[in-house]
Design a protein around this ligand. Structure first.
Ligand code: A2P
Length: 347
């Protein structure tokens, strides 16, 4: 029997007990909105955050619910926990949720490259979720990686991808609520002729572009670049794909944009890629140079699809194309993907 035919969590009358760890954060807040808007069967919603927020309230389905301290919360009886409270918090607390029988969908990078942990994008590799039957921890990939692999997977199925050269243009919301506030306040200060200090980003982000996301590694790449290179191969299930990336923070609130050069091991061109992508669930192709139509972060923000445009042949290389890929990094890049995984768990 195909084990995937058996639900991970048996159906429950009235719905499931769902915890959101990091419920006061940028991603956690969007997880709450998406659980509600997709009518996820929630019987009880348990918002968790740090001790700082315990006792405050959040709103879920027009109801005020008190936030509890993750550190002292007992996970017994919780069916699903969506974690978006940072890697250290996940390492400290996700295992005790899993041991209590709860399925943890973790948005941090803590377990993504663990060979025993599924790294899931529902449109791409839902079958890998089988791994979670035993260990009950599922990793939600890096935001830039999710939107890129949604667009790459159907092309890779048609003609194997040989090499990827990626440059990203990433929104500040990927670094959380304090980062959103930092861009807003720096912009206000500078437009009023005042000094603007930086706390969240390594340099001023307002009116600037910073080629540095997450920490530097020994090889001169950043951890964000390594995440894209390693997670792409794991999700596409192909270690032979060569990947190189430059990840860059730009002064945009919501929506990551990516320039991706794709070299294939077999025949592929822009027209065929456009046709393939136009048929795919979760992808919207906006690609009309004649009417100057292409995906924009300002239009992708607040939407669910991965938007693809500027699809064109790379005249410098056989079987190679360029694409521009845009998505709401907080939705498809984080909260929506996590809720879609939760939907697979109860399917
Ligand atoms: P809190 O609001 O109590 O600090 P963002 O990504 O927008 O910065 O949000 C991070 C989220 O992770 C917030 O909900 C934050 O809660 C939560 N968080 C951060 N550190 C911890 C921690 N040590 N334990 C529990 N939750 C945490």
């Amino acid at each position: 029997m195909n084990r995937f035919d058996t639900p991970f969590i048996p159906p429950k009358d009235g719905g499931y007990r769902v915890a959101v760890a990091g419920a006061t954060g940028a991603v956690g807040q969007t997880m709450l909105e998406i659980l509600a808007s997709r009518n996820f069967p929630v019987a009880e919603l348990i918002p968790l955050a740090s001790r700082r927020s315990a006792g405050t309230t959040i709103t879920f389905r027009h109801q005020e619910i008190t936030v509890q301290d993750l550190a002292t919360f007992d996970p017994e009886g919780v069916d699903i926990a969506l974690f978006s409270a940072g890697g250290d918090t996940s390492l400290a607390h996700a295992p005790r949720f899993a041991e209590a029988g709860c399925f943890v969908i973790d948005n941090s990078s803590a377990w993504r490259m663990d060979p025993a942990v599924a790294l899931v994008v529902p449109e791409v590799n839902p079958e890998t979720l089988e791994m979670a039957r035993d260990n009950r921890i599922i990793a939600n990939p890096n935001c830039s990686t999710i939107q890129m692999v949604v667009a790459l997977a159907p092309l890779h199925r048609a003609a194997p991808i040989k090499r990827l050269v990626i440059s990203t243009y990433q929104a500040v919301s990927g670094a959380g609520n304090r980062a959103i506030e930092e861009l807003a306040s720096q912009t206000r200060h500078l437009l009023n002729g005042m000094e603007a200090g930086s706390e969240v980003f390594p340099a001023r982000i307002a009116f600037n572009v910073i080629p540095h996301i997450d920490r530097f590694m020994d090889d001169g790449y950043t951890k964000e670049e390594h995440k894209m290179m390693d997670e792409t191969r794991k999700i596409l299930g192909d270690d032979t794909i060569a990947v190189t990336a430059t990840t860059v923070r730009v002064p945009v609130f919501y929506g990551h944009s990516e320039s991706v050069n794709i070299e294939f091991a077999a025949a592929m061109n822009a027209d065929r890629a456009r046709e393939i992508l136009a048929e795919c669930e979760g992808i919207c192709v906006v690609d009309d140079p004649a009417s100057e139509d292409y995906p924009l972060a300002s239009e992708a923000g607040g939407t669910d699809p991965v938007w693809v445009g500027r699809i064109r042949d790379d005249h410098s290389c056989e079987h190679a194309i360029n694409m521009w890929i845009v998505a709401d990094n907080i939705r498809k890049g984080a909260a929506l993907n996590a809720v879609q995984i939760a939907e697979l768990l109860i399917r």
